[in-house]
Design a protein around this ligand. Structure first.
Ligand code: NAD
Length: 326
């Protein structure tokens, strides 16, 4: 149980954004990044006007890094982000993805990667992205990704359509295997460094740091698990993870603190990750999450929360082709 003395986190008003260079790229990204998957109604229906307000507020408050994919809402998130970013493109750094186009629809071939980026650029109303990432590489043939996908992405970079290229996925070893075999500028890992699971630091971080590969940590709230409202029905985590996270969220709520903000703050303190990407689609969420930048947490209280979650520490679930799983 959280102690009765569990204090309100102190938040001051100077939530000024900080920026970090993403590995060897020249991208100076905000430590809090805007994950645009909720704009594609991935977690529930989003009001497009409210989504635009969220993007506007984020830009005004110094969030300069936006991550999206044609997969999110089957192109809806890119469409909506493209509209919301009208007139703001030069103020921000934009990342999208290629290779994943549906729940079961993957195509990492040379032609599809090229066509996919052209389609994304049209939806995003721009003629280049700052970062193009091969999306969820564990669902692809690793040899194809190394020998065909990444080389084609490099050609797109040479043509000026993407400033840098990277890979994303859930299993850690396959991300590392690919980055060992072929040069990538960035790696985005999700749900592997948060209040429940920290194995990203055992497998990926030392390697990425040594090679100066830029790292992004996505899903600090474990795709909605570490929120009081809980995750969407499709969430792959085992039931015990959901149950204990809900228990922690309710206890935090009773004590006047937000588990989500503590979870985000925990990730923002990471020493190597350049940007922590959280999914947002309302101005209220943006406002709240900005406050995590200057949250002050008593370490013993953080440990109390982690103790609640300890029975499910480092729980992972299968993702991708059997040969690519951890
Ligand atoms: P997340 O863990 O932060 O979860 C987002 C969920 O939490 C949404 O339902 C959102 O409404 C809710 N939320 C956000 N702030 C909240 C708050 N203060 N209080 C309560 N609830 C809050 O992040 P995510 O969306 O899973 O991931 C963030 C982004 O990272 C994605 O949008 C995407 O851009 C990227 N991502 C990429 C991959 C990949 O490439 N394979 C995988 C996962 C995420």
């Amino acid at each position: 149980m959280l102690s009765a003395s569990f204090a309100f986190p102190r938040v001051n008003n100077q939530d000024q954004m900080k920026y970090r260079t993403l590995g060897r790229t020249s991208l100076n990204v905000s430590v809090l990044g805007f994950g645009a998957s909720p704009l594609g109604d991935v977690f529930g229906i989003t009001d497009p006007k409210e989504g635009e307000r969220a993007v506007q507020l984020a830009v005004d408050r110094g969030i300069n890094f936006f991550d999206v994919s044609p997969y999110y809402g089957l192109t809806l998130a890119e469409e909506r982000l493209g509209c919301a970013l009208r007139g703001k493109r030069q103020k921000i750094l934009l990342a999208t993805k290629c290779g994943r186009y549906g729940v079961e629809e993957f195509d990492f071939s040379r032609n599809r990667v090229r066509e996919g980026l052209e389609e994304s650029l049209r939806r995003l109303k721009t003629d280049y992205v700052d970062l193009l990432q091969a999306h969820d590489v564990e669902f692809g043939d690793v040899n194809q990704i190394i020998g065909e996908t990444i080389p084609e992405m490099r050609r797109l970079q040479q043509e000026g359509k993407a400033r840098f290229i990277g890979i994303t996925g859930y299993p850690l070893n396959v991300l590392r295997r690919i980055a060992e075999a072929v040069e990538v500028d960035t790696i985005l890992s999700y749900c592997r460094y948060n209040l429940v699971t920290t194995d990203m630091d055992a497998v990926l971080t030392p390697f990425a740091r040594e090679r100066q590969i830029g790292m992004m940590n996505a899903s600090p709230m474990m795709m909605g698990i570490l929120t009081v409202q809980g995750p969407a029905a499709w969430h792959p985590a085992p039931p015990q993870v959901r149950e204990l996270a809900l228990k922690a969220a309710i206890l935090c709520n009773r004590c006047g603190v937000s588990l989500s903000l503590i979870a985000l703050h925990f990730c923002l303190r990471h020493a190597y990750v350049s940007s922590t990407l959280t999914g947002m689609s309302t101005a209220e969420e943006v406002e709240k999450n900005l406050s995590a930048l200057c949250l002050q947490i008593d370490e013993s209280q953080l440990e109390e929360i982690r103790a609640i979650l300890a029975p499910v520490f480092n729980t992972v679930w299968p993702s991708g082709r059997p040969e690519n799983r951890d």
